[in-house]
Design a binder for this molecule. Sequence first.
Ligand SMILES: C[S@@+](CC[C@H](N)C(=O)[O-])C[C@H]1O[C@@H](n2cnc3c(N)ncnc32)[C@H](O)[C@@H]1O
Length: 258
Amino acid sequence: MSDPNFLKSYPEHVAQLRKSMPESVALEKAVGGDFATVGKLEKSLLFSLGLPADGVLVDVGCGSGRLAVQLRDLSGLHYLGTDIVPELLQQARKLCQRPDWRFVLTNGTEIPCEAESADMVCFFSVFTHLTHEDTFRYLASASRVLKPGGKIVFSFLEFRIDSHWEVFDGSVRNGNPGAHLDQFIDRDGIVAWARHLGLDMVSFFDGDKPHIPIEGEVEWENGLVMRGVGNLGQSVAVLSVPNKSRREAGPVAAAFST
Ligand SMILES: C[S@@+](CC[C@H](N)C(=O)[O-])C[C@H]1O[C@@H](n2cnc3c(N)ncnc32)[C@H](O)[C@@H]1O
């Protein structure tokens, strides 16, 4: 059984923002702001990790379309975005104007997609709000929907990155029982999850070090400019589904390929 808290806390967070500022600003802020910059970095990251331009991408917790809007001109790309907040999904659908794409409301940790149908499943800033158990459930679900060789890409917060400390410190200082969770995950846990799910651990990227190749430059709301290469702030983990014969043989010790 999933932690029902996420069905309450994130919608409340969005409702609060929508009460206190213009709708379009609230829907961008609800996913963390820096709408264009983060969307461009997320897009570049997925392509740098091998997303085919005519592939199938599942964007779990797609929010108001920060990533999707950057992808909307890719006519060959097949896209499924899921979220638990209807207003965010509606905004994503409106911004993209892609009648062939699916934006689906969910309420648990199952991905509404056929088995072995996706090339990549991404979770940007989603596991940061879930319990470890629900993250593991989502990884199992992603593993089911991915084709052999498909990849899971997710961002996360961790104690080894100094700049993540302020998020934890904020939770300590302002602990608010109504607020959504700011969850940290350690790499040992991710490696263990991969092993238990029969997934290969491909790579980790430190959140505070540039690793995403970008065309030109992006500018953050705080004035920071990233040229040629950038980073999201959160760390990134990449896992992959083994090829068919390995998958059929069942879980093995997770191999680190980099
Ligand atoms: C910080 S926002 C990030 C949105 C988007 N991934 C992006 O990078 O712009 C987190 C998103 O996760 C969604 N979310 C929270 N819990 C979820 C769950 N269990 N399943 C799917 N989405 C969830 C929230 O509604 C919100 O849209």
